[in-house]
Design a protein. Structure first.
Length: 187
């Protein structure tokens, strides 16, 4: 386990030190959900066009529940593992680019788990309707990488968040399909 942690730290240092001050502003924008609103609105527009307002309302409820579950479970893991963020790790002081500092715990990334869970859920629902639906996965990849760039998460935090998100996105998709078939069949 110690070897894996050391590899994670070395990979973090490599990826984090690829950054430069002239790009910091860009990654500070990427990491904030509010700047993704135009993207979210466009995806919602495509969904509404495909399924209508009633189904969209049900989907929004499922997505809200999905985000709540993944976010709260992520926090449960963070407070049980208590892994320091890279920016708080005294062993990395002076070795990394610290763009942002936070004192909360790191393992695992809520940005990665929430973005991957919602993307997986939406992708599974609409992969047959949109030829380029797989491009949705650029969102969690770019969004979560910003956390490494800024010095807030190790790559292992991101990968674990992705796996967690994939699992829960798929799980909620299956529940949604059962509920939809039983109570809200698409005509």
């Amino acid at each position: 386990m110690e070897e894996l942690i050391q590899f994670d730290k070395q990979l973090f240092l490599f990826l984090n030190n690829l950054g430069s001050e002239e790009w910091d502003w860009f990654w500070l924008i990427i990491t904030k959900q509010v700047y993704w609103i135009p993207f979210f609105l466009y995806v919602f527009y495509l969904i509404i066009r495909q399924v209508g307002w009633k189904q969209f309302g049900i989907l929004v409820l499922f997505i809200a529940l999905l985000i709540t579950v993944t976010d709260q479970l992520t926090n449960l893991f963070k407070y049980n593992f208590e892994r320091l963020r890279p920016c708080s790790d005294p062993n990395l002081e002076g070795l990394m680019r610290e763009v942002v500092s936070r004192s909360s715990f790191s393992f695992f990334s809520g940005h990665a788990s929430n973005s991957m869970a919602t993307t997986t859920f939406i992708f599974l629902l609409f992969r047959k309707h949109f030829k380029y639906a797989f491009l949705l996965f650029l969102f969690p990849l770019i969004f979560a990488y910003s956390r490494i760039y800024l010095g807030l998460h190790f790559p292992g935090d991101i990968v674990t968040g992705y796996l967690f998100g994939l699992f829960f996105g798929t799980f909620f998709y299956r529940i949604y399909k059962i509920v939809q078939l039983k109570y809200f069949p698409v005509s």
